[in-house]
Structures are given as structure tokens and as C-alpha cells.
Design a protein around this ligand. Structure first.
Ligand code: ZN
Length: 370
């Protein structure tokens, strides 16, 4: 791959997060760190994998959410304690910068004119334009008394109830300001606050994500990846027209494409028109990674033994590990021998069986993963 087409983006994470009022936010004593999520992925792209892609960690978190729903007795912070740990390693998902393409400032109860500063997402990067942008919404559709921020969603993804409750392409004050738990206490009129440029250090200091949004995006991403994996397998070399794919597949395909397209390319205004790849959101980066993996023939599926989600180079793989493959083999073997001969469980026999499976497990663990 040449340098120009290389995917290199930066993302931000704090070294520590906390959950307060159901919002995941930076811890007071945390440090902001910049990193490139593609660094590890590029190293494992196109080669036999021994390291797992970062999105898999999000998928496993999403799987746990499915379980905690059944565990309603515990309070929400105990149930979601793994989210801050994930964020300390990878950062927040970037739901706000992925969902919107424009935030108009200043905002509340002022007449719209053409000289307001506007944060705009362009080619995967946010920039502030001080003046001169046309109002994208007709005047009559605006209600400055109700809506604090002028914006429009770039994705159908955002308009889906799964992710964010967006009505008629607009957000309420409460929904928007929930992204900013770090606003100074003396700010009384949150709608009038000059929100900093998304993805700038000032932005990260204020920004947080609601647990329900975070888990909604994680679970949706997982579902899309699983749906597309199953579909790709069922095709087995056939090539139907895109429009002939089942409804749920088309939906998954559209959603992953929508969210990955938030990442993009920007030609800088530096005289050389230098090309930069940028992603406004970790979810956009993950969606792109998932699609790249699907393209390379990798599939996302759940282990038939333990249920854990995994990514495999082998399209026929059904187990997450040699250990699980072996356990399933053993179970099948036992089921067969049970039906062949009447069950007899003398103590000697079951002890032998145990020893046998222990040895086999050890051997299986010594073999390389696949
Ligand atoms: Zn397993």
C-alpha cells in the first residue's frame, strides 16, 4: 500500500474514566493521551492473526451488556464497571462527533445570521469556520427557544432509535448537553455555552457519553458485523445483486457503511494540498476495520461452545479456541457413546475419563490458535 492511501488517524483517550449520572466521563486526575488505533491493526492486517483487533474488545463488552440486562438487581455502575476500563485503553466511542456534521454557535435565542462560528466536520476532521456559512435548515424549521444547537445528522444511523433519540433531525437541550458533563458548575445556561471544537483537547475535557448510547452503539456494531458475516458465508461464491440481499443484511450493510464513512480524507490548505486521513470517531474507525476484515475473508461469529464472539481467518471456524473445540468434541463423543452403549458410571471409569480430557485439554492448549 502506498503512503498516500495509508490509513492513519489519531484518537484520544484519558488514562482514567468514571461513571457518574449514567455518563461515562474522564476522571479528575486523568491525563489525555493521543494514539493511533490503526497502528496495531495495520500490523495484523493481511497476516495470520495472533493479536485480536481492538473492536473485538468492544464486541465482548457488548456481549456482557446482554447478560447484565438479566441482572437488574445490581446498580448500573456495578453492572457497567468494565466500560471505564475499556475507555481508559481506547477512549470513548465518539458518538457526538460521529453523529453530527455541523454544530452552529452561538446558539440560543439569537437570530440566525451568516456570521456565526460553525464547527463543521469535513473529511473526517472537525474545523471551526468563523463566518459565512449558509443556514442549512429553512428558517421556519428552526425553533431557537427549544433547540440549543443547530446541526444536521449525517447518518441514518443517528436517526435510528437504537443510538440516539433524535426527532425530526433535531436534538433537545437535554440530549445535547448530556454529552458535556464536564461543563463548569457556574454555567447556568447550558444552551448558550460556546462548546469547543469537537475532538479538540478542550472538547475532551468536557465530553462524556451516556451508558445507554455507548452500549447501543456497541451492540448495534456487533449485530451488523454478525449479520454481514453470516450473509457472506451463505453466498458461497454466488454474487447476487445488492438489492436482492435480505432486508436485515441491507440494513447492516448500510449502517456499517454509514458509520465508517464518517472517517474520511482531507486535503489541507497548506499550498501542497497534503492528504490526511482522519476519523472523527472511534466507532467510525472500528466500522472500517470490520469491513476491511470482512473483505479479507474474516468472519465475526459466536463460539458454538462458550458463546464468546471471535474473529476468524477460517470461514468455517465454529469455536473461539482449541479448548472450546475440544470441549465440543468431547461432548459429541460422550453423547455418541452414551447412545451406543447403556450408561455405566463406575468410579474408575469416570476418573479415567477425567484424566483423559485433562491431558487432551493440555495438548489442545499447546497447539496454535486457529
Ligand atoms: Zn469458546
Amino acid at each position: 500500500m502506498n503512503d498516500r492511501g495509508r490509513t492513519q488517524t489519531q484518537w484520544w483517550r484519558f488514562t482514567r474514566y468514571k461513571v457518574e449520572d449514567d455518563i461515562i466521563q474522564p476522571h479528575e486526575n486523568a491525563e489525555l493521551v493521543v494514539y493511533d488505533p490503526w497502528e496495531t491493526f495495520s500490523r495484523i492486517e493481511g497476516v495470520y492473526r495472533t493479536v485480536e483487533p481492538a473492536y473485538l474488545e468492544l464486541f465482548r463488552l457488548a456481549q456482557k451488556f446482554e447478560k447484565v440486562d438479566r441482572d437488574a438487581n445490581r446498580d448500573i455502575e456495578t453492572r457497567f464497571f468494565e466500560i471505564p476500563r475499556f475507555c481508559a485503553r481506547h477512549g470513548l466511542l465518539g458518538i457526538l462527533p460521529a453523529t453530527y456534521t455541523m454544530i452552529r454557535l452561538p446558539i440560543k435565542r439569537r437570530k440566525v445570521d451568516r456570521s456565526q462560528p460553525v464547527h463543521r466536520r469535513l473529511g473526517g476532521r472537525w474545523k471551526t469556520f468563523e463566518r459565512g456559512l449558509e443556514d442549512p435548515l429553512p428558517r421556519k424549521e428552526r425553533d431557537p427557544a427549544t433547540w440549543s444547537v443547530d446541526w444536521y445528522a449525517g447518518h441514518d444511523w443517528a436517526e435510528n432509535d437504537y443510538f440516539l433519540r433524535v426527532r425530526e433531525g433535531k436534538l433537545t437541550d437535554e440530549e445535547f448537553t448530556a454529552f458535556f458533563p464536564g461543563l463548569p458548575a457556574e454555567v447556568t445556561s447550558k444552551g448558550d455555552y460556546p462548546y469547543p471544537l469537537p475532538c479538540s483537547p478542550g472538547f475532551w475535557a468536557l465530553y462524556g457519553e451516556r451508558i445507554r448510547n455507548f452500549r447501543g452503539w456497541a451492540q448495534r456494531l456487533l449485530k451488523c458485523a454478525e449479520t454481514l458475516s453470516t450473509y457472506a458465508d451463505s453466498l458461497q461464491g454466488r454474487e447476487p445483486l445488492e438489492s436482492e440481499a435480505p432486508e436485515n443484511v441491507l440494513f447492516a450493510w448500510q449502517q456499517l457503511n454509514d458509520i465508517q464513512s464518517a472517517a474520511g480524507r482531507l486535503f489541507s490548505l497548506d499550498g501542497n494540498f497534503t492528504e490526511e486521513n482522519a476519523s472523527p470517531a472511534l466507532v467510525a474507525t472500528y466500522a472500517l476495520m470490520i469491513l476491511r476484515d470482512l473483505q479479507a475473508g474474516r468472519r465475526i461469529r459466536r463460539c458454538e461452545n462458550c458463546g464468546l464472539v471471535f474473529v476468524s481467518d477460517d470461514a468455517r471456524a465454529s469455536y473461539c479456541s482449541p479448548k472450546c473445540r475440544h470441549a465440543a468434541q468431547q461432548r459429541r463423543y460422550r453423547a455418541r457413546s452414551k447412545s451406543d452403549s447403556p450408561p455405566s458410571s463406575t468410579p474408575e471409569k469416570s476418573a479415567l475419563k477425567k484424566a483423559g480430557s485433562k491431558r487432551a485439554r493440555k495438548e489442545a492448549a499447546a497447539r496454535p490458535k486457529g
